[in-house]
Ligand binder design. Structure first.
Ligand SMILES: Cc1cc2nc3c(=O)[nH]c(=O)nc-3n(C[C@H](O)[C@H](O)[C@H](O)COP(=O)(O)OP(=O)(O)OC[C@H]3O[C@@H](n4cnc5c(N)ncnc54)[C@H](O)[C@@H]3O)c2cc1C
Length: 417
């Protein structure tokens, strides 16, 4: 272990904060430089699905107390993942038995709460209002320059500053991010005693993939906050900082840009809502209810971009992690999980090797393999989500139905035994 190694992490998001926990627990001298002015700034977001790879990374990097806080803030999922058509006719359900080990399980996390858990316990490590501008490599250390005119030095700099990374722009100016041509409209429908009954059970209780005949797709997922009890970790959390104020169903509708009006990016919330209501006309009425009942500030349009995988680069004292190096479309819901895995792999390599450069080189090699695979898978999932081909869509629907039937048969066989 290298207790004297000074590590600077640019960006206090999902991956950077997870890495900061892991490295500081391993004895490194760590500083995180985050551009947000305060911990409460940019407190907005959506449900994030944390898959077993993300859970394992959090478990390994966080202290047992922080891990318990993460678990206390995750949502409950009552139903099983399903595929339906636009009339809500079920095509298949993926009934994976839940893991008894929370570190190997799926979790529904609020982006806000996850961020707040990760921001805790980093006193003297996490610095706000530090907008990174550029770095310069010296004979021994790397110098960092911030927008407020201050500077810092480190032996190793990790750019974890998200999809529009300035660290990447300087380190790998040839790296590309491209517009996929896909646009999504998203929103959050609050789940209360009153509104819950207006939705069919499938939408109110389980993540659901909606496959209309062609040209668009929709994904919906509930985030159900557990009831806090007095002995519960979540009861002690600050309701301003932690998103434990209400359950909701998030939805996301996607299609290629040419299927939307040319002035899509200029539409305000009533305009986006009206457009969505027109899009789901003729579908099961619950989709109209979701759109109509969504909270005003949550309805938004997101253009979808992706990074272009690179062959490799020369390892040096500056490296990248998460969206900064491998931003991907959100259609497989794995970007945050891969950022967490980066943190786990880099932390493990640095903790076990006395040679920082070799540890970083091994991380970069491994990361390029699994992360670029995820980038390609997510790009393919995006294409399938908005597929214009009725034939391809019909084929995927029948494959999903067949897969669902197979799963049900397997379940019955297991049940007989
Ligand atoms: C609608 C939507 C839904 C998604 N759902 C899922 C999901 O269900 N599951 C999943 O795994 N992923 C999901 N993702 C993807 C996921 O959110 C990202 O992949 C993940 O947040 C990447 O983490 P990161 O740490 O690399 O970057 P970020 O979390 O974006 O953090 C970057 C940080 O760097 C800071 N920063 C930026 N520039 C500077 C600067 N110049 N100086 C200092 N600080 C700077 C930012 O303020 C930010 O705090 C979704 C994405 C979207 C858009």
């Amino acid at each position: 272990m290298n207790g004297k190694t000074k590590v600077a992490i640019v960006g206090g998001g999902t991956g950077g904060l997870c890495l900061a926990h892991g490295l500081s627990r391993a004895g490194f001298q760590v500083a995180v430089y985050e551009r947000s002015r305060t911990r409460a700034e940019r407190l907005q977001g959506y449900r994030v699905h944390i898959a077993p790879i993300g859970s394992a990374a959090l478990r390994e990097c966080l202290s047992p107390e922080e891990w318990a806080r993460f678990l206390a803030t995750t949502g409950e999922s009552k139903g099983v993942f399903g595929f339906v058509d636009q009339r809500m006719r079920e095509l298949a359900v993926l009934d994976e038995p839940p893991s008894a080990d929370p570190a190997a399980a799926h979790h529904s996390a609020s982006r806000i709460s996850l961020h707040q858990v990760l921001s805790s316990g980093l006193n003297g490590i996490l610095w706000y209002d530090k907008e990174f501008v550029r770095y310069e490599t010296g004979p021994k250390e790397v110098g960092l320059h911030f927008a407020d005119g201050t500077t810092a030095e480190a032996d190793l700099v990790i750019g974890a500053d998200g999809a529009n990374s300035r660290v990447r722009a300087q380190l790998l100016p040839e790296a590309k991010r491209v517009d996929t041509g896909i646009r999504t409209i998203i929103g959050k429908y609050p789940l209360t005693a009153e509104t819950r009954g207006l939705l069919p059970e499938r939408l109110a209780t389980a993540p659901t993939y909606v496959l209309p005949p062609a040209g668009c797709g929709m994904f919906t997922a509930p985030h159900e906050f557990p009831e806090a009890s007095e002995n519960d970790e979540s009861a002690a959390l600050d309701p301003v900082l932690f998103d434990n104020t209400g359950s909701y169903v998030m939805w996301s509708y996607g299609a290629r840009a040419h299927r939307f009006p040319a002035d899509l990016s200029e539409l305000d919330v009533p305009g986006l809502r009206a457009l969505m209501l027109e899009r789901v006309r003729g579908w099961h009425p619950a989709f109209g209810t979701l759109v109509e009942g969504s909270l005003e500030p949550t309805v938004a349009m997101l253009p979808i971009s992706t990074s272009v995988p690179m062959d490799g680069w020369q390892t040096g004292p500056v490296t990248l992690l998460g969206d900064a190096v491998h931003s991907m479309t959100p259609f497989r819901g794995i970007g945050a999980n891969i950022a967490l895995r980066d943190a786990q792999v880099l932390c493990r390599n640095l903790s076990r090797s006395g040679d920082v450069r070799a540890a970083v080189a091994a991380y970069e090699r491994e990361m390029r393999t699994y992360a670029y695979r995820a980038v390609r898978d997510s790009a393919r999932a995006a294409d399938q989500f908005v597929s214009e081909s009725r034939f391809a869509r019909a084929l995927s629907r029948s494959m999903i139905t067949a897969m669902g039937a197979g799963l049900k048969v397997r379940r019955r066989v297991r049940g007989v035994r």
